[in-house]
Every structure is written in structure tokens, then in C-alpha cells.
Design a protein around this ligand. Structure first.
Ligand code: MN
Ligand code: MN
Length: 459
């Protein structure tokens, strides 16, 4: 019977029972690089800046250097307004043969400062926020936060702001009620326990010397003016993001897990990036996208729906043939995280079709919710193709969907790539506590996602 079972049954195994000694070492080295990237890239802008640094070290040049179709082995990148990044390595085949593209996003849930954020209440200074993406608001109180971003001034110059990253810097916090006085709050649902308008950062407490109102607000503004040369009106044209101040760390006695903010989806972004930086002359041109705005619908000029992708591909084609023909012959891996099975919450998953920690990169035929609504449902043929290239490249993978039927769901950029007539499949790292200020992944799964991206590019 066992023999027959082995022959006929699909039997996923723990990745550690299949990992070669060589891959085990490579996994550790890869994860060191990933953790350093994640630590340095706390916003979409920083994720782009860090990626450009790595790309330039690997010999990539701005796409302006293209004078005609991309040549075999030529390496270019396009920095989309500092918030999105597109990279390519020219293939042996012409662009009309299509390209292989991997698409991840680099924006993560956070608390954005409002455009008029500063106020004082009862002699304490605060910064108002409007949260970005899907957050469980109670998770964002009583944790250390940093402020990162850009203030654009009327004269056209910009000021980069980072407060809280350096160990000598102060940090911020959103306060919460003490349990002693939370009798009413604790009766509320978790959705209502913390209100969006109460997610205000505590920003100061010392009043400006003298008489009058708003003395703490004035003192805070005065310090910001000293350090950054900005006035209150300048907040109007600023993008300042409060992000968790936690360091990226190994988790578990065995150090097999990684804890950090923004792993959705910088864990896949880094996997793609590491994979394309190693390409020298792929068969088909390799393209890597780090997109912004996925968490709010892939909208805007830096999101995956933007025509900036068409413009980039036009450049790669260099006027040689229609872009549409090129799209039709292309293949996309939409690289985004998926939900890992959590034994503390088994009721939301159906174990037979759920991604598990240490079972490798999670392939999703479809995402979406309630009857696959919103999914880009990859074809059976495309899934078979992925099975084949993963098998050939020794990628440990698992087939999964996000949660039980009718429990909820999620989306990725896959649909927007497929809209362009590009065959697209979802693949990514299973995550515990996704969208929390501190998310958890497994090293083995991170590494296998990188190997999967390399396999997609052709090795
Ligand atoms: Mn995501
Ligand atoms: Mn997400």
C-alpha cells in the first residue's frame, strides 16, 4: 500500500526533509542579505533607493542609456519617481519573443501623517495620521514608531526626514488606555476598540517659553524648523510615514524564522531583485518590477496599473515591433506573500490547501475572495509550467490558497499584469501575522522564493 501511495498521492513534505546541505548554507547567506535590505528599507522610497544601490553595484545603468532595443546582457533600470523601480536584463531572444517579468510591491501598511497633522491637546503635542492599507488598528498602539519620508518645499527642493532610526534619535508612540480604565473599551469589538482618528503620534510635551496658547505645538514646530528648516505649511506637501521601529531579527531558538516590519511584500521584492541581479544573459529578457500602492489597489502613477510599465517595455523594445506582441508572448510571476497556516488560528484555514511554514514558496493558482472574485486564476497549463520549472531548478514549493472558502481573501498585482495579456501566476512567501507591525516568515521559504524567481528567469 505504501508503495502505491508513494506512486499516486501528492505528498508535500517539510522543506527541511528535502533541503540539500548546499542549499542550507546558501539559505543562511541569502537571508542575511534579505534581513539587511529589510532593515534599511522601511518605506517604498527607501526600498527603491536601496535597490538602486544594489543594482548599480551589479552594473545596471539608467534606462536612458538605451539607444535602440535592449541588447543581450545589457542591464538597465528605471526609477519611477523614487517610489517604484523597473529593472531589466536583455535576453538572447528579441523582445518580440516576450520577456519574463516578476512583479512584487514595496509599499506596506503604515500610519501616514495627515497633510495638516500637528496639534496640541492639554499641553501635549500630537501628529494626526491617516492609516494606509489594511491594518488592525489596535496593533499600532503602544509600540515604538519611527517617522520616515519626504517634505517637498515650494521652491522645488525636498527634505528627507528620518526620525527614530538612529539609536540616538527619539521615537514616537500612539498611546492606549490602561486596562484599569478600559472597562468600556474592552466591551467594544476589535474593529471599534481603537478608532482611526485616535491614531495620533505623541510628539512632545515641553511648552515654548512665554505666555499664550499652543506653546507645546510651537516648541515642536520650532525643533522641526531647527532640524529640517520646515514650517507647518510644509506638511501639506509632505509624505511622512510612521513605521514600526523594530529591528529585523531572527526568531526562534533555532533561528529559523525572520521577524520584521514590511515583509509584505519586501520579502518577495528582495527575492526578485536578488534573482535579477544575478542574470547575465537569460534566454528571454528578464524584467523585475518593484511597484508601489498595491496595498491601496495598485492605483496612481507608481502603482502596477500605471502605464509606466508600458513605457518601460517600449524602451526595451526600442521601437522594434509592437509592445502588445511582446506582452502576449510574455510570462509573469506575481510575487506576493500569502497567509501561512497558524496553528493558533486553525479555524480560518483549510489545511489541505493552505501554505505551511517551511514548505517552500507558495504557488497560488488564484487569489481573490468569495467565489474567487477578483482573482486572476492562472491557467492549468501555466501552473503545469511552474511545476516543471520549479522541479528542474530544485525549488521547494507548495500549492496554496489564502484561507478557507468564504473566510475572507486577498488580492495581488496579478490581475493587472494579466489585463495586459501576460500569462500570470502568483507565487510568494507564506507569512504569519501578515500586515501586523512585526511580521514573521521562515528563512527556508524566503530562500525558496528567490530560487523560484531565478527559475522563472531561466536559471
Ligand atoms: Mn502583498
Ligand atoms: Mn498586503
Amino acid at each position: 500500500m505504501d508503495e502505491k501511495k508513494n506512486e499516486l498521492f501528492y505528498q508535500p513534505k517539510n522543506g527541511y526533509d528535502r533541503l540539500s546541505a548546499e542549499d542550507r548554507l546558501a539559505c543562511e547567506a541569502y537571508c542575511k542579505g534579505y534581513m539587511a535590505y529589510l532593515d534599511a528599507a522601511r518605506t517604498e522610497r527607501e526600498a527603491v533607493a536601496e535597490a538602486v544601490k544594489l543594482a548599480e553595484e551589479a552594473g545596471f545603468q539608467p534606462a536612458d542609456s538605451l539607444s535602440g532595443p535592449i541588447a543581450p546582457g545589457q542591464k538597465v533600470y528605471f526609477n519611477n519617481r523614487g517610489k517604484g523601480l523597473l529593472l531589466a536584463v536583455g535576453g538572447k531572444k528579441p523582445m518580440s519573443a516576450g520577456f519574463v517579468v516578476t512583479a512584487a510591491h514595496i509599499d506596506s501598511p503604515r500610519l501616514d501623517l495627515k497633510q495638516n497633522p500637528l496639534f496640541e491637546d492639554t499641553e501635549l503635542g500630537y501628529l494626526r495620521t491617516h492609516y494606509y492599507g489594511g491594518v488592525k488598528k489596535y496593533q499600532w498602539t503602544a509600540i515604538p514608531l519611527e517617522l520616515h519620508g519626504t517634505v517637498a518645499l515650494k521652491d522645488g527642493s525636498t527634505v528627507e526626514v528620518v526620525i527614530g532610526r538612529d539609536s540616538a534619535d527619539p521615537q514616537f508612540v500612539v498611546t492606549d488606555l490602561l486596562p484599569h480604565l478600559a472597562a468600556d473599551q474592552m466591551q467594544k469589538t476589535m474593529a471599534k476598540g481603537i478608532e482611526g482618528e485616535k491614531l495620533c503620534l505623541l510628539a512632545g510635551s515641553v511648552p515654548y517659553a512665554g505666555e499664550g496658547t499652543d506653546r507645546v505645538k510651537l516648541a515642536v514646530m520650532s525643533l522641526l524648523n531647527d532640524r529640517y528648516g520646515i514650517t507647518e505649511e510644509d506638511f501639506i506637501s509632505a509624505e511622512l510615514e510612521a513605521v514600526p521601529a523594530f529591528d529585523v531579527r531572527e526568531l526562534g531558538i533555532d533561528r529559523s524564522l525572520i521577524g520584521g516590519y514590511g515583509q509584505d511584500d519586501r520579502v518577495c521584492a528582495y527575492a526578485e531583485l536578488a534573482a535579477i541581479l544575478e542574470q547575465s544573459q537569460p534566454e528571454r529578457t528578464a524584467v523585475c518590477i518593484l511597484a508601489d500602492k498595491e496595498e491601496i489597489g495598485s492605483v496612481g502613477v507608481s502603482g502596477m496599473r500605471s502605464q509606466v510599465f508600458e513605457r518601460f517595455v517600449e524602451r526595451l523594445c526600442g521601437g522594434a515591433g509592437p509592445v502588445q506582441e511582446c506582452f502576449s508572448n510574455s510570462f509573469c510571476v506575481s510575487a506576493d506573500v500569502t497567509a501561512a497556516f497558524d496553528p493558533m488560528y486553525p479555524e480560518v484555514s483549510e489545511i489541505q490547501n493552505t501554505a505551511r511554514i517551511n514548505y517552500g514558496v507558495g504557488l497560488c493558482k488564484f487569489t481573490g475572495s468569495r467565489g474567487k472574485s477578483g482573482a486572476s486564476d492562472a491557467s492549468a497549463e501555466l501552473v503545469a509550467y511552474m511545476r516543471r520549472i520549479c522541479a528542474e531548478a530544485g525549488v521547494i514549493w507548495q500549492m496554496c490558497e489564502l484561507g478557507k472558502v468564504d473566510q475572507g481573501g486577498g488580492g495581488t498585482v496579478a490581475g493587472f499584469m494579466a489585463d495586459r495579456d501576460i500569462d500570470t501566476i502568483d507565487a510568494g512567501v507564506p507569512v504569519l501575522s501578515m500586515h501586523a507591525p512585526f511580521e514573521t516568515t521562515a528563512k527556508l521559504d524566503c530562500y525558496m522564493t528567490y530560487k523560484c524567481m531565478k527559475a522563472a528567469y531561466g536559471g
